[in-house]
Write a protein that binds this ligand. Structure first.
Ligand code: PLP
Length: 400
């Protein structure tokens, strides 16, 4: 896939114009939604030509059946590849489909997978509950401990996976260090950059092999679809497409259209959310009822310097610890009027959640504490609201 020439490099411009331009029906400006399960051929010679290309593994963008690809989905994948600075992108039905497709494609029985702590919870489920049944061993090392990461690498280690920015504590991965360790030991490096977005950092430019996203979040930006993206080199794209052809799971054209629409405003949304998040986090950090705020722009954050050096912005999600415990947190959530209680992030609406009650509800207080999830922790994903209105909402909710 190619970016338009002259090579416009800004992710902001590429979010609007990136990707090759396949002819659009009626010369429209947006991607047409192509609804078809099979694709057809002019005659048997045309069919044989396509089949020969496939057998000889020569590039051809003709599909036989929608499980192998769709023009709407392909157009949006090309735009995302341009934004991410990747050779290619695969779009999937969800972020978890993207993550599981990468792990299923590049790991086999007898291999070791290394995960860092603090990841999206279902990434551990795929590794420790699904892949474990097929003989893949998973080792979890503490986030930010690069000595432990390197020490965990054995000759059978094939892949290491982390997140560019984590949730809910917004830990920041040292992408260059992570990539260098992978390269030194010939281990594939995969990073989930959902919270960061390519507006804030492009992990491939820092040497990471494969980048995955939940496109249900900032990419679509409107809390209305599920989608996933895998940005990778051409050499990795083919085996990923093979897996998705065997198992199903490519994005559908309706969601791809909404994703393309969301991408056009990605840059303005992310820039606003970076700024709103920073200001709300700073305001909360000064509030007498707030014990601690987890946001990389604050000097108290463990990766404050790394974030300043490597990120254009810290994203739209942060968390804070309130004085007291569960009950005090619940009271604040219930008093918020603008911010909605709910999971997910990256959309137009400010969403708040209480990790102890949502993702970690089935765990004991001790297990939550061991994972660094305190009962007084509240997670905030800012939306597109004016920061002064969000501050006013939190001010009244924190008022005893
Ligand atoms: C939401 C999320 C996922 C899962 O994505 P879905 O699209 O919901 O399947 C994976 N990683 C991170 C960091 C997420 O926030």
């Amino acid at each position: 896939m190619t970016t338009p020439s002259p090579p416009f490099k800004s992710a902001q411009t590429l979010a609007v114009h990136g990707g090759t331009t396949f002819p659009k029906t009626g010369y429209g400006i947006s991607e047409p939604i192509v609804h078809t399960a099979p694709f057809t051929y002019h005659n048997t010679a045309d069919l044989k030509n396509v089949m020969t290309h496939r057998v000889e593994k020569q590039p051809i963008d003709r599909r036989g059946y929608a499980r192998q690809g769709n023009p709407t989905v392909l157009a949006v994948a090309e735009r995302l590849a341009a934004i991410e600075g990747a050779e290619n992108v695969v779009l999937t039905q969800s972020g978890m489909k993207a993550i599981s497709a990468v792990l299923l494609t590049f790991l086999s029985a007898g291999d070791r997978l290394i995960l860092t702590s603090n990841l999206y919870r279902h990434t551990y489920n795929v590794a420790q509950r699904l892949l474990a049944r097929f003989g893949v061993e998973t080792v979890v090392v503490p986030f930010g401990d690069y000595a432990a990461l390197e020490a965990a690498i054995t000759p059978n280690t094939k892949l290491m996976f982390s997140e560019a920015l984590t949730n809910p504590n917004v830990r920041v991965l040292d992408l260059e260090r992570f990539a260098a360790i992978g390269k030194a030991h010939d281990v594939l490096t995969v990073v989930d950059a959902t919270l960061a977005t390519p507006l804030n950092v492009r992990p491939i430019a820092h040497g990471i092999d494969i980048v995955v996203h939940s496109a249900s979040k900032y990419f679509s930006g409107h809390n209305d679809i599920l989608a996933g993206a895998i940005a990778c080199r051409q050499a990795h794209w083919q085996p990923l497409m093979d897996l998705l052809n065997w198992t199903g799971g490519l994005l559908d054209p309706n969601s791809a259209f909404l994703l393309a629409r969301g991408l056009k405003t990605l840059a303005v949304r992310v820039q606003l959310q970076n700024e709103t998040c920073r200001q709300l986090a700073q305001w909360l950090a000064a509030h007498p009822r707030v014990v601690k705020v987890w946001h990389p722009d604050l000097a108290s954050h463990p990766e404050h310097t790394l974030a300043q050096r490597t990120l254009n912005g810290c994203g739209g999600l942060f968390s804070f610890e309130l004085e007291g415990g569960l009950a005090e947190g619940e009271a604040v959530l219930d008093k918020l009027q603008l911010a909605l209680i709910g999971p997910s992030l990256g959309g137009a609406e400010c969403l708040v959640s209480h990790p102890s009650v949502t993702t970690w509800w089935d765990k004991t207080a001790e297990e939550r504490a061991a994972a660094g999830i305190k009962d007084n922790l509240i997670r905030v994903s800012v939306g597109l609201e004016a920061v002064e209105d969000l501050i006013a909402d939190f001010a009244q909710a924190l008022d005893k």
